[in-house]
Design a protein around this ligand. Structure first.
Ligand code: ADP
Ligand code: MG
Length: 447
């Protein structure tokens, strides 16, 4: 039995949701009501595919943007304006190029109203702790990416935030630099060299989440929502090669690769140290969302699967040195076309998938045509409209109007581009780019 100790609750999200209003008045839901607590003493990872609302959630916790509904509590009091207990580290470092390292680090302290003398002292101390001494007077452009992000960390930590928020802080760095910095940060935290009480890290990297976090909160998208929460009790520093670590990573992979899966059905292997709790079932009746993937990428993945013995999605990703964000959309697209199924983390080709691989160009096009016509709602809608119109032409605005009822304008455009790309490949319709029109070629009309 898990005994819960009474811990200080720093942040409480009570039914916090976010929606944006489209210029046409329609509301687009970005995040469904979220309930979440961040407690003192823990590192929490917010993990999810891009577009699942991770950054939005973090910004609401920091008080940079208000929720549409629900409330954010800081130390049990409703948050008004900026959260005084939070500092953020951004992915792109967000440094001022015209300020020196020292001046950049002093910024947050200045905003807090610290006197110049204290400001300097605290900044210099943090510069020392973070391994930047000797670079006080350098300008950001003179520094490597890793050193720049150190400035980002020093600036955030100098104000001694109770909650350190990081939005994909390592993803702009090369693998080795990222790994170094990750462990240095962990070291500061574990050795209590920083007074920070809790850490929230936004990431799309499963391993990064499992390496660092005490709790991994998995978000899903369209709309953003919590799909699962896993507690990680493996002791630090964690070894990626152990069976327990791999089991956890597999588990999270399984959740992420099955967007439709209700997490109540995810079972935790007995030997793993994870516990799935608080499942929040996905929304019903939502518009099918297409991953932004070109047909060539799908063919590439299927061919690879046939060529290689490796069927395990996670290990295949590692072998190809692909991040989860790179490979998942391709897998998702192949699944939508019924070319493969995922079973226990393995990618298995279906008979149609095997037929596709064996086919020549024309057969492949024919197969994709059948598959998208029977599985992809947007493709079906476009085809039907084209058949119905006497001149067999429709403007993309029309499709965008339909899509924008379900997606943000940017996402609607991506959905459209994907449907156009797939339909063109399958020779279902053509696209006139400058005119923004989808149309049928004369031979298409005959059918
Ligand atoms: P993540 O960080 O998980 O990639 P974000 O929180 O950045 O996701 O964005 C989630 C969704 O919200 C995306 O579809 C994005 O396009 C949309 N979005 C974010 N900010 C705005 C905004 N100001 N107006 C409209 N849509 C937005
Ligand atoms: Mg983001």
């Amino acid at each position: 039995m898990v005994v819960k100790t009474a811990t200080e609750c720093l942040i409480t999200l009570e039914g916090v949701s976010k929606a944006y209003q489209h210029p046409n008045g329609q509301k687009i839901s970005i995040l469904e009501p979220i309930n979440l607590e961040l407690r003192a003493g823990e590192i929490v990872a917010l993990l999810g595919p891009s577009g699942s609302g991770k950054s939005t959630l973090m910004r609401m916790i920091a008080g940079l943007i208000p929720p549409t509904a629900g409330q954010v509590l800081y130390r049990n009091r409703p948050l008004v304006g900026l959260n005084p207990g939070v500092a953020i580290v951004f992915q792109n470092f967000a440094l001022y190029p015209w300020l020196t390292v020292l001046e950049n680090v002093e910024l947050g302290l200045k905003a807090k109203g610290e006197l110049p003398e204290t400001r300097r002292q605290k900044a210099l101390r943090m510069i020392d702790i973070i391994g930047l001494d000797g670079f006080e007077n350098a300008y950001p452009k003179e520094l490597s990416g890793g050193m720049r992000q150190r400035v980002g960390f020093a600036r955030a930590l100098a104000v001694e935030p109770e909650l350190l928020c990081m939005d994909e802080p390592f993803s702009a760095l090369d693998v080795l630099t990222a790994e170094n910095l990750r462990f240095e940060l962990l070291d500061l935290w574990l050795e209590k060299k920083i007074p920070t009480k809790a850490v929230l890290i936004v990431t799309h990297g499963i391993e990064e989440a499992v390496i660092l976090a005490d709790r991994v909160v998995v978000l899903g998208r369209n709309p953003g929502r919590i799909r699962a929460e896993l507690t990680v009790t493996l002791p630090h520093y964690r070894d990626r090669k152990t069976a327990e670590f791999q089991a956890l990573v597999d588990q999270v992979y399984k959740i992420l690769t099955n967007p439709e899966l209700s997490c109540e059905t995810v079972t935790v292997p007995a030997e793993s140290a994870a516990a799935v709790s608080q499942p929040q079932p996905p929304q019903s009746a939502k518009y099918q969302s297409l991953p932004q993937v070109r047909t060539g990428a799908i063919a590439g993945l299927l061919e690879l699967l046939e060529d290689r013995k490796e069927k395990d999605l996670y290990r295949l990703g590692q072998e190809l040195m692909l991040e989860v964000d790179d490979i998942l959309p391709i897998v998702e697209a192949a699944k939508l076309m019924e070319f493969l199924v995922i079973q226990e983390g393995d990618l298995l080709l279906t008979p149609v998938g095997i037929q596709f691989i064996a086919g020549g160009i024309d057969q492949r096009k024919q197969i994709v045509r059948t598959q998208i016509l029977s599985n992809i709602r947007l493709v079906q809608q476009i085809s039907r409209m084209l058949q119905a119109k006497r001149n067999h032409r429709i403007s993309e605005e029309l499709i965008l109007d339909i899509l924008e009822a379900h997606f943000s304008p940017k996402e609607a455009m991506r959905q459209l581009k994907t449907a156009i790309d797939w339909g063109r490949y399958a020779e279902l319709y053509s696209y006139d780019e400058p005119g923004g029109e989808i149309f049928l070629e004369s031979e298409d009309k005959a059918e």
